[in-house]
Design a protein around this ligand. Structure first.
Ligand code: AGP
Length: 609
């Protein structure tokens, strides 16, 4: 949802900005640009397209100057065009700005500014900010920014430079993410950590309505009234290498293959001597855990699918009723939250605006909030009572893969922990559950090792126009997730359905052109029923690709294609079944000539509601 990088220091800014921007391209890739201060003047280069192409066409790197801001755009207001690309500047070209977010009262502000003679040259909401700052400038850029921000409704992360004050970089945020990287005789701003990881691992998280005045040697942070605030410097544990492709063709593929390691790392430190050791992280007393009467999960997209798997886990093993809500819908009802209700927010980025709004709604109603988040220090993490971090490392691919499996791991750990404290799982069962968990990394590796086999299947289906994904019980959300992955990266229309629901409508779509992907792993709950659903598909000429348990001899005669996963407990099957579906979607996307890391129209962190 737009990426921002800013630099101030002793080195040439443009190459540093381009490098950082490339790491943020997952946030927006329809246009990009850079502004620097060179010889007391602002110089801007921007264009539509991806950064590499823009660099080739107009040579962003050639901009001189040691202070600069840059931006990659995911269009909200105004079409994709050079004029609408950031940075924007005022008429005299002595103030320039990059922005991520939405200015809700921009029409009103634009009319006001136009009536005062300010000329606009883009259709963006962002441009009002730069003219507003210009209108308030009376010799102090920070004061002008503060006055402008006080008039703005909406969300913003912004970087600003001015040739009237060439040794300063200004940053501000409200609702959209922005961090400050602390270097040696140089400082940075960025929308996300990977952009600056190769430069520093020391960061300051800007909070809502905070403004930073940054020089090469100093960072001062102020509130919206101009009072100075003391900020903590955090150390980031991720290393720069984790944000590189590491020899893989795409981040998505790298992240799919990282899953065995990510699972081990998410579990590490949370199990000891056959016990789940979440006590310290969660900080709830046994009595508080026993008193939980209901859990509401709020999340979006893939994280919402993780929530549905969590619902099955928590209800079955911890005996807590769970409702899984689209975060975007949650606050438009009047959700009933009493003191026995706990809210769990799930988010890879920790910045998804809808999820953030949902937890704020829950907080208003006095709910305790646990978040399951990947990005340390992100807004959702900071606004939660308890944070359980998934340790997936930076997820760059827009299609979430490793974050999903790590979310399932955290949900599983939480479930077993709650279940044992609430008295529904005894010591031996905890031990068995941990044993099952420990099997996962090797089991997932064995699926990954079958990549050529999965690729072969992708080859047979990559030209299809539609697909139906079916699953039952705990694998129903995996059908949803498989369909979402295919849609996102291959642009093939795909629907996920509970297998039995198919006969209540979607069955009308089935013919020999329609591939039906069915999660049909062997268990003693839904397997037989799923076999019946498969027969219903076959009777109508559909082609069935089934995710089956290794060694299942029965299913072969009913389906056209098998993708195998090893056997584990029913509750952990989703972690295995999703892997071939991620790979299937990835290979299909590549065969169709798509770049799965940058699916069209999508952005990684959706910071607008
Ligand atoms: C997943 O592949 C998607 N790109 C998307 O659905 C994502 O899961 C959703 O936007 C939520 O993001 P979050 O986990 O960062 O909150």
């Amino acid at each position: 949802m737009c990426g921002i990088v800013g630099y101030i220091g002793e080195k040439k800014a443009a190459p540093i900005l381009i490098k950082g921007l490339k790491k943020l391209e997952y946030r927006g890739y329809d246009s990009a640009g850079i502004a620097t201060i060179d010889n007391g003047k602002i110089a801007i280069k921007k264009d539509i397209g991806k950064i590499d192409d823009i660099e080739k066409n107009i040579g962003l790197k050639s901009l001189d100057g040691c202070v600069g801001i840059s931006h990659c755009r995911w269009a909200t207001h105004g079409k994709v065009s050079r004029e609408n690309a950031h940075p924007h500047c005022n008429f005299e070209k002595n103030i320039s700005i990059v922005h991520n977010g939405i200015i809700e009262n921009y029409t009103e502000l634009k009319n006001k500014l136009e009536s005062k003679g300010f000329k606009f040259c883009s259709e963006t909401d962002t441009e009002v900010i730069v003219h507003l700052v210009d209108s308030y400038y009376e010799g102090d850029i920070k004061e002008a920014v503060i006055k402008a921000l006080k008039e703005i409704d909406g969300s913003y992360a912004l970087g600003l430079i001015s040739s009237k004050d060439p040794d300063k970089l200004i940053a501000a945020r409200k609702e959209s993410p922005l961090i400050i990287g602390i270097g040696e005789k140089e400082n940075f701003i960025a929308s996300d950590v990977p952009a600056i990881l190769n430069k520093t691992n020391k960061v300051i998280y800007l909070d809502n309505e905070e403004i930073a005045l940054i020089t090469k040697d100093k960072v001062d942070v102020f509130d919206i009234n101009g009072s100075k605030i003391k900020k903590k410097v955090h150390k980031i544990e991720w290393d720069a290498e984790q944000a590189e492709k590491g020899g893989y063709e795409h981040f998505m593929l790298k992240e799919i293959f990282e899953q065995p390691k990510v699972i081990s790392e998410t579990v590490e430190g949370r199990i000891s001597n056959d016990e789940i050791t979440l006590k310290k992280e969660i900080g709830l007393t046994k009595e508080e855990i026993k008193k939980i009467r209901r859990i509401i999960v709020v999340a979006c997209g893939t994280s919402w699918h993780a929530g549905i798997v969590g619902e099955f886990m928590l209800e079955e093993l911890a005996k807590i009723p769970v409702e899984v809500e689209y975060a975007s819908e949650f606050r438009y009802r009047d959700p009933i939250i009493d003191d026995g209700t706990m809210v769990i927010a799930i988010s890879q980025s920790g910045e998804t605006a809808d999820t953030l709004a949902a937890i704020r709604e829950a907080r208003k109603k006095k709910a305790k909030i646990i978040s399951i988040v990947n990005v340390i220090g992100s807004a959702i993490a900071r606004e939660s009572d308890i944070v359980l971090y998934t340790k997936a490392g930076p997820e760059i691919g827009v299609a979430s893969t490793k974050a999903f499996t790590s979310q399932l791991i955290v949900l599983y750990l939480l479930t077993v922990y709650f279940g044992s404290i609430r008295g529904f799982i005894d010591k031996q069962q905890v031990k068995n559950r941990i044993r099952d968990l420990r099997m996962l990394p090797l089991q997932i590796q064995s699926i990954l090792d079958e990549k050529n086999y999965i690729k072969l299947h992708a080859k047979q289906f990559y030209h299809k126009k539609n697909a139906l994904y079916l699953g039952r019980g705990i694998n129903y959300p995996i059908a949803l997730e498989g369909a979402l992955k295919l849609k996102e990266v291959s642009y093939i229309h795909a629907e996920g359905y509970p297998a039995a629901e198919m006969k209540h409508g979607p069955i009308a779509l089935i013919d020999k052109e329609m591939p039906i992907v069915v999660v049909a792993t062997k268990d003693n709950r839904t397997y037989k029923k799923v076999l019946s659903n498969i027969q219903e598909v076959k009777a109508r000429g559909g082609i069935v690709i089934a995710i089956v348990t290794k060694g299942d001899k029965e299913i072969g005669k009913f389906v056209d294609h098998n993708l195998y996963v090893p056997k584990n407990s029913y509750i952990l099957t989703p972690l295995l079944a999703v892997i071939p579906l991620q790979m299937f979607a990835y290979y299909i996307a590549v065969m169709r000539g798509n770049d799965p890391d940058y699916p069209k129209n999508l952005a990684k962190s959706v910071c607008v509601e």
